[in-house]
Ligand binder design. Structure first.
Ligand code: DC
Length: 505
């Protein structure tokens, strides 16, 4: 790794603590100007916290972050914005503004309070629009763009800011493969212009292909740092991700290429270092409830993985009953027959190399239950008390011995009212519909955003208004609004709650 005397970014013994266990733990790291550094690690490892510490928006509990020799947390916001620009996740650009207006927002740190936009501001915005090749979209509303186009606009806004450091939080999340490469190529093109790039990346192979330096985080600490060849070793990935991998040179680029072979055998090893005392007698039950699109599944999976717990998605069970009813032609208002299906279908959650899967009648139904017609049917099926009673009984059996992260609508209120950790996730209706829209589009589905939003509103209404176990917040649940937050940030918040509770079990 090339080093120059003046580090553009310097972290010295940085600890950030939200709760008992630190989200970043004594991190020391120097990033030289002009580097492209990839920050990798499982959900909850501290990637987003690291970016926020560099941005100066999260002051460290201990240690110091300096950016170009100046302490990040003490800079005035406008001053900081001239040094460091953040590109949030793809959901980002504000609605109701044209591309040009969004990019001009990058000039805010240079405008006098309520002052007019000047010629220089327009020139800098035009330059940013040109460099990111979004000229043809200039007058379009940002919310009408594709995921890749939106990401370009956000990068343009950051460039218009004239900052010298760009922080990117999962810049390729929700994008299809070709667009992922397009965005990463664009970032590489920008580098010679005097920028330093730090990107949190989930995809290890993209990180290996594009970044000269990787930082592998594990529960707030640097587990490995260096060139991709040094960091992406089977041993390190096994320890940090709990997965067995094969690392081979990529046939075209020669960079390391990671193939996941399977999950590491011993499931209990994922428990955070020293934060879950051995004395924990009964392992925790973590209940995660919330409406559709609130981020439940991604967050629940991330928390389960970080803790080495089983991940149980109870929505899949309602969906599997609905799918079976559709297959057998059972009317969706026949509560007795539907409950019989729920009792006899035979559910089994299995951990596989692809993650948790649901088997019903020995068939892997994980993909099949995601179909839109099943969503609609599940929403109706779940209103019937006999169906709910049958599935709640099964869910209690599945979670009885603890060590589970269970997600649904009534986990903290009905299934496990005594769960040690209860979280209710929420997000604005627009954000929730947008997430679902991105997810479906990525799977290649042709959907209209407006239709999707209307259908989701209707299902939400049904969830909230049904007489039996309606969606509501348990009195002792912690409500987390996930709007504008990355999955990692929310996973970290939930892990902090879990660590806090581990001491009292
Ligand atoms: O979370 P999901 O969208 O996959 O859930 C499918 C349906 O099942 C949804 O309409 C809500 C319902 N459901 C429920 O009523 N109770 C649960 N614990 C989980 C899901």
């Amino acid at each position: 790794m090339s080093r120059v005397a003046a580090a553009a970014i310097n972290l010295a013994g940085v600890t950030v603590r939200f709760a008992a266990a630190p989200a970043l733990d004594s991190v020391t790291l120097r990033i030289a100007p002009g580097e492209f550094v990839g920050v990798i690690g499982p959900n909850g490892a501290g990637k987003t916290t690291l970016l926020r510490a560099i941005a100066g928006t999260l002051p460290p509990t201990a240690g110091a972050v300096t950016v170009d020799g100046r302490e990040a947390a003490t800079l005035a916001p406008r001053e900081r914005a001239r040094l460091v620009a953040a590109v949030p996740q793809v959901e980002g650009p504000p609605a109701g503004f044209t591309v040009e207006e969004v990019v001009l927002m990058g000039r805010t740190p240079y405008l006098r309070r309520l002052g007019p936009i000047g010629e220089t501001d327009r020139q800098r915005a035009a330059e940013a629009i040109r460099r990111t090749r979004v000229d043809h979209l200039r007058d379009r509303f940002a919310e009408t763009l594709s995921g890749g186009e939106r990401q370009r606009v956000l990068i343009a806004r950051a460039l218009a800011q004239d900052a010298r450091i760009l922080l990117l939080d999962e810049p390729t999340a929700h994008l299809d493969i070709a667009v992922q490469l397009e965005i990463m190529d664009l970032l590489l093109e920008l580098l010679p212009g005097g920028l330093t790039l730090v990107a949190a990346l989930h995809d290890l192979n993209l990180a290996a292909m594009y970044c000269r330096t990787l930082v592998l985080l594990e529960r707030g600490r640097i587990a490995a740092l260096g060139a991709p060849e040094e960091v992406l070793t089977p041993e390190a990935l096994r320890r940090v991700y709990g997965a067995t991998v094969l690392v081979r040179p990529h046939p075209l680029t020669g960079r390391p290429h990671v193939t996941v072979m399977g999950r590491k055998a011993a499931p209990a090893e994922g428990i955070p270092r020293a934060t879950m005392p051995d004395a924990v007698k009964r392992r925790l039950i973590v209940a995660i409830d919330g409406p559709m699109g609130s981020g439940k599944s991604t967050v629940a999976r991330g928390v389960a993985r970080a803790l080495g717990f089983r991940y149980i998605n109870t929505g899949w069970m309602y969906r599997a009953v609905a799918r079976e009813a559709l297959r057998r032609g059972v009317p969706l208002d026949d509560a007795a027959v539907l409950a019989e299906i729920a009792r006899t279908l035979g559910f089994e959650f299995r951990e596989t190399p692809q993650g948790a899967r649901l088997f019903a009648a020995s068939e892997d139904v994980t993909e099949a239950v995601a179909a839109p017609e099943v969503s609609e049917a599940a929403s109706r099926v779940s209103t019937h008390p006999p169906v709910r009673e049958a599935l709640v009984a099964l869910q209690r059996q599945i979670g009885a011995s603890g060590g589970v992260v269970m997600e649904g609508r009534d986990i903290g209120t009905v299934v496990f009212p005594d769960a040690e950790v209860k979280v209710f996730l929420n997000a604005t209706p627009e954000e929730r519909a947008r997430r679902r829209y991105n997810e479906l589009r990525q799977k290649g589905a042709e959907v209209s955003f407006e239709e999707l939003r209307a259908a989701e509103q209707e299902r939400d209404r049904r969830d909230r208004e049904r007489t039996h176990s309606p969606l509501r917040v348990a009195a002792d649940a912690v409500v987390v609004d996930t709007t504008g937050k990355t999955a990692d940030q929310v996973v970290e918040e939930v892990l902090a709650l879990c660590r806090g509770r581990a001491d009292v079990v």
